[in-house]
Design a binder for this molecule. Structure first.
Ligand code: NAD
Length: 507
């Protein structure tokens, strides 16, 4: 039997009290520091709205101190052998595993994500470190490209200090996707976590420090995006920015980083279609459709938020989804039975809830949910929601709601499914349910998305590329794709004998 809500609250108390005891600072050059301005912001628990702690609001001066620490630490860290870096990263993974309970409990209280998911996310964060630890010794390897008169070979070198800016959904796991490969490549890092979920970034900084990462290799600056985040993207010492967040923020970061010619890697929003054909295994499709929108509170970039169902099975399939949606359990994030927890922030609750009125105004039907969920606590709870009778040109089908809200739309045939699936500004992921492998292949060629899962929920394979097209992103994470971003590739060309050199100025 998993621990009850009461037991989990008791387990979480000492961890949360530790944060409440003092203003949460930054982590710069191997030390916790308060920040030069003394400005703070409050961090509240989504489960009950109670104040968790106050957090230092990083200023441009704090960011400058962190970037200087990263710049100073870079030559030493880049010179550490790949084998030693691998050892250190495995040590970080060990420490994450040892503190996985703490990380999961704190993450749930900070974000509102149900413990059943944050526990898995903590374990995956350790796997991310191990995966890139294994690859650190080979990160610099290049290729041999012989030419008739020249021996060409490439080598990779870490690009320099990098900035990592992360959002509030699954913040711990997501930050390790960026930080683990950056460290494995030999880069130093300044991390700016989201202001709505500041806690676990501090745990990661502590863990890395205790595992022996040299001072200045990973620095964390807490703060508001427009101030601390902006300063990081504009800083001269930072060579590249890995950003996960909204598409509009990505566009701003691109402009902010332009004067210093920053390399950027963007993982942005999505409005991902799940396309269900009438020949599919409909029981499995139903499980996947429900899981991929209501897990992680629907606050998930790869959530399948647009359900495209073939007309011939539409009514029956959608009715089954509605029944399951009504049965999804909303509750406290530390309750082991909870499937959907509170949304991260009152502003986000308001944004998600605003789509209930938008759906009505647009003429769609609310077949499940469509209101706040009443619980014994004053948190930001919303009912899992299903919109039906929608068209793809409605706002509920085009805009990223980023909550437990699904929009179902019928389609007639393969061509119609494809045209509706691609008719969006986003291009992150698509999910296909069909028994016809040729159709799956044809659609995979034609879908304008970075990732396609066929007869599958979203199962991440770390060597595979992760990322989106169109307004969903630039660049790919995973395996060697990550190293391409965090490293520069050099080519060395050596003459093999006496090739012709044109003589100028020889009369
Ligand atoms: P957001 O864009 O509001 O904020 C993300 C981060 O950017 C935060 O740390 C914020 O402080 C910072 N920021 C804001 N303005 C900034 C600026 N001008 N300069 C520098 N930094 C700035 O996003 P969010 O609301 O925290 O997260 C939700 C979004 O993230 C959704 O759109 C979701 O789809 C996306 N997301 C994408 C992926 C993916 O892999 N594609 C994964 C998770 C989340």
């Amino acid at each position: 039997m998993p621990p009850t809500l009461e037991e989990n609250l008791k387990r979480a108390r000492p961890y949360m009290e530790r944060f409440a005891a003092d203003v949460q600072g930054h982590f710069i050059g191997g030390r916790v520091c308060a920040g030069e301005s003394g400005k703070t912001f409050s961090n509240r628990c989504p489960a009950d709205g109670a104040l968790i702690n106050r957090v230092a609001a990083g200023s441009a001066a704090d960011v400058d101190a962190a970037c200087a620490a990263a710049r100073d630490a870079f030559p030493g860290w880049a010179a550490v052998s790949g084998e030693r870096r691998a050892e250190l990263l495995h040590g970080i993974a060990d420490a994450i595993e040892a503190r996985a309970d703490e990380i999961a409990l704190v993450e749930s209280m900070d974000t509102g994500q149900a413990l059943r998911f944050t526990a898995k996310a903590a374990a995956r964060a350790a796997v991310n470190f191990r995966f890139f630890a294994e690859r650190a010794p080979d990160a610099r390897r290049g290729v041999s490209l012989p030419a008739p008169e020249h021996d060409n070979y490439t080598m990779r070198q870490p690009i320099g200090p990098v900035g990592v800016i992360t959002p509030w959904n699954t913040p711990f796991m997501l930050s390790t996707w960026k930080i683990a490969p950056a460290l494995a490549a030999g880069c130093t890092v300044v991390h700016k976590p989201a202001e709505w979920s500041p806690l676990t970034a501090q745990l990661l900084a502590e863990i890395c420090n205790e595992a022996g990462l040299p001072p200045g290799v990973l620095n964390t600056v807490q703060g508001i995006g427009e101030e601390a985040g902006r300063a990081l993207t504009e800083h001269d010492a930072i060579r590249a920015i890995a950003f996960v967040g909204e598409s509009a923020t990505g566009a701003r970061i691109m402009a902010q980083g332009a004067p210093t010619l920053k390399r950027v890697h963007f993982e942005l929003g999505g409005k991902n279609p799940v396309i269900v054909f009438d020949d599919a295994n409909l029981e499995r499709a139903l499980d996947a459709v429900v899981f991929m929108i209501y897990s992680l509170n629907g606050e998930r970039c790869t959530s399948s938020s647009r359900l495209l169902v073939q007309q011939s099975i539409h009514d029956e399939f959608v009715e089954k989804v509605a029944r399951r949606t009504r049965a999804v359990r909303v509750g406290h994030p530390l309750d082991p039975d909870t499937e959907v927890g509170p949304l991260i922030h009152p502003d986000h609750l308001e944004k998600v809830s605003s789509y209930f009125d938008i759906a009505r105004e647009e003429g769609a039907t609310i077949s499940a949910g469509g209101a706040h969920a009443e619980l014994p606590w004053p948190g930001h709870y919303v009912q899992p929601t299903l919109f039906t009778g929608a068209r793809n040109d409605m706002r509920i089908a085009q805009e990223e709601i980023f909550g437990p809200v699904l929009t179902a739309i019928p389609f007639t045939d393969e061509a119609d499914a494809l045209s509706q699936a691609n008719d969006t500004r986003y291009g992150l992921a698509a999910y296909l349910w069909t028994a016809d492998p040729e159709r799956a292949r044809r659609l995979s060629e034609a879908l304008e998305v970075g990732m396609i899962w066929v007869n599958s929920q979203n199962v991440r394979h770390l060597p595979a590329p992760f990322g989106g097209m169109k307004a969903s992103g630039i660049g790919r994470d995973g395996g060697d794709y990550s190293f391409d971003f965090y490293m520069e590739t050099k080519n060395v060309s050596t003459a093999l004998g006496e090739h012709r050199i044109p003589g100028l100025g020889t009369g």
